[in-house]
Design a binder for this molecule. Sequence first.
Ligand code: HEC
Ligand code: HEC
Length: 245
Amino acid sequence: MRKLTGWAVVVSGWALWGAEADVGLGKRLYESQCSLCHGEDGRGGRGPSLAQPRLKHATDEAALRTVIASGIAGTEMPGAWQLSPREVASVAAYVLTLGKVAEEKLRGDAARGRGVYEKQGCAGCHIVGGVGSGFGPELTDIGARRSAAYLREAVVKPGASAPEGFLWMEATTVSGHGARGVRVNEDTFTLQLKDMTGKFYTFRKGDLQELMRMVGESPMPAYEKLSPRELDDLVKYLAGLRGRP
Ligand code: HEC
Ligand code: HEC
């Protein structure tokens, strides 16, 4: 009996993977069966936002199909047992479209923008396609995650955007030692910060006198001196970074 179940799972896994997707059908199914929890536009509600290029559980299309078909055990995410493999594949294909910020028509020249990126030393704090250093957030797929207007603001007024999960903090201990850095880890008793030079600090929370989250302030310099053309080019370059090819 156990063997038979295993076989059935293998068959349905294969059927899921091989199924052809129809995005239009996926959209209709999404609206009737998923939007209640994930929102009409996929921006989330009772369930998380699906309008992002990287999902936590569904890391690729195969995993996405499995999550949709089987749900996530122990959470409110139900398995869509009522859907056929083709329907699951179609909903998955539609969900993937939710995560892509539409490409906008932009002024500027991406190749020149890349030159601006290099000249300004952005790679000192950001990684694109494995190149650079990772103090700031990775930008490899930033164009798929953020609008051009957001990117422009992020460059000129870094404090205005606070990417989720990026906490810039200052910790001071009772004995007067302190550090400013990005929170990389925290548990009940300890807090770990990484400063701009990449150095790690671990604090015991019991030793802390003050811990401040610096809202509206960013360790990223504001690039206000770029000419309008350089800024257009840079934004065009960033908007074109849409993940690994
Ligand atoms: C009853 C509410 C509910 C319905 C209906 C529902 N979901 Fe979910 N879904 C959730 C919740 C809650 C989670 C988060 C589970 C967790 O990780 O805690 C989730 C998680 C997910 C994830 C994983 C997100 C990630 O970050 O990896 C995907 C993908 C997903 N849902 C797609 C769908 C699709 C497609 C449908 C329709 C076929 C659907 N869901 C229907 C509540 C729902
Ligand atoms: C000294 C380090 C540093 C330098 C140099 C730097 N950045 Fe940043 N950047 C950061 C940090 C830290 C953040 C996250 C905090 C924030 O948004 O203010 C960030 C955020 C961003 C974001 C928003 C990311 C997101 O996920 O929302 C973009 C876009 C960006 N930087 C582009 C650039 C570009 C383009 C340059 C060069 C012109 C540059 N950065 C130079 C540190 C730096």
